[in-house]
Design a protein. Sequence first.
Length: 628
Amino acid sequence: MNTQKWSKASIVAIAIILLWLKTYIAYKTSFDIKIENWRQEIILFINPLSFLMFILGISLFLKEKSQKRYILITSFIVSAILFANVVFYRFFNDFLTIPVLFQTSNMSDLGSSVTELINFSDLLYFVDFIILAVLIKVKPAFMGYREYSKVDRRAFFLVAIAIAFFNLGMAETERPQLLTRTFDREMLVKNIGTYNYHLYDAFLQSKSSAQRAMADGSELADIDNYVRANYLPPNEDMFGVAKGKNVILISMESTQSFVINQTVNGQEITPFLNDFIKDSYYFDNFYHQTGQGKTSDSEFLVENSLYPLSRGAVFFTHSGNEYTATPEILNDKGYFTASLHANNKSFWNRDIMYQSLGYQRFYSLPDYDVNEENSVGWGMKDVDFFQQSVEHLKAMPKPFYAKFITLTNHFPFELGEEDSFIEPYTSNSKTLNNYFPTVRYTDEALKLFVQKLKDEGLYDDSIIIIYGDHYGISENHNKAMGEYLGKEITPFESTQLQRVPLIIHVPGQKGKTISTVSGQIDLKPTILHLLGMDTKNNIDFGSDLFSKNRLDFAVLRDGSFITKDHVFTRETCYDKATGEPTDRAACEPYFENAKNELEFSDKIIYGDLLRFYGESNDSKESFQKTGE
Ligand code: GP9
Ligand code: MN
């Protein structure tokens, strides 16, 4: 009697145990979750359990047929969510969030990357589901149905609740304020589990929708004070030096500063940029501040001087907001504003977001002649992209503000023989190895582009600003990276690796290297001041890179920050001079500022607060739709 009861109870139990073990195995094999002690290991082990008990426990209320169907369908959905996280993690080194999940247009564009990211062995992620399905089909007697009494069900859910509280309690002692500090998804997943994390994410999502509805202009006062207090007047020597000139802004895909002035296998990686820097202002302590929105986040930072969000891509989640972006400001000053990028216009929701940013024209895929010969990896090769773009530039009304977004140096860094000017590196990371030749290729594309600008007489009438959009080599490749750089990649080094090049070429000026600690957020006021435009009344979180008395300071989207002498990351204060942890007190004076920066900026976005600020103009209507 007893055995029978046990065996008939098993379908729910088996489904829970299979999913539970699978999730734990996936944690250990497919994600890089750092475990510091045995308590954290226990938390990690038990964290999927309470959710699985709740969700599968619902089946205890169902009749035989629907119970089996419910369990099968639920197991499949849970497995699919886990697998989606695994694939996403391979690429982004991060966990999924709801906004990212709805970026299906991006997912379908991932193309070659997805095939790189999915292997045949990935079927293993569904093995438990297959076992369950087979058992139900082949051994229906073993997986028999049993009615559960009220007492059974109550006991079951009491155990689930107890486990959930035990989990939360342990997590809270390990990580106080876990749920209020949501910068770090890894920490969340580690402590409350992937599934609960998704529930939590859903809660955040609905909260942010509610925030906009509830927001009113009164919240702007504090933010306005903060921004005014941090405003820096322009450097008189630089203000207006590019007045009336064209602006050529180039976003270099995945280019980090560590390649500048360096070699691989004895060959220069960026020979053109190394030369170009000698005639330009070069910022060697300039950080990307992007989050999950990658390239789009960098565009957002550069043109709004606001931080992107800690989850999702603001290009997707808040494309309907009111902004005062550089293109919108320049439209009013008689500039023609355009973005050029030979990719689907809907990628990162650009076609929609660009209207909010004020762009008059988006030259996207249909504006280019793209074929098999001039494509590699994600699409059109940079050389061809720039060459064809010059024709668009020539046709634009002057002065123009034109943003170029390169593509060839994108993961998985594919390149044909004919375009490889240098040999790949030799380490156990194919990603890092192939990174160097594609960076070298983009460098060549830039050289040809600048030459063409000279040939067409555009060079002397334009300021050229080149920046890296975000990292290209994630922490998954720390070992190989350490080998290349000849040092261990500690959290300190990882933070320093978030530096991306920034080069500003002003016609007729020699330039120099400037080492002020800065970030993408600083570009908007810098550019506007170079063009001789006042920014006093803007809500900009960054400040002019040429201003005197600049504070060396950059906040990264994960809450890390960098000062003149210190780096604060992962709750540790590092001394830049030694790269070693130092007294926390050295970083403490900056905590408040770092927190304010991100929180105020988030408030503006979640509440769509700029709609209450000054009067908006109607540049949205002047946007010419492309590709239709
Ligand atoms: C896609 C390109 C790459 O259009 O900007 O985006 P990323 O994956 O780097 O964010
Ligand atoms: Mn990018």
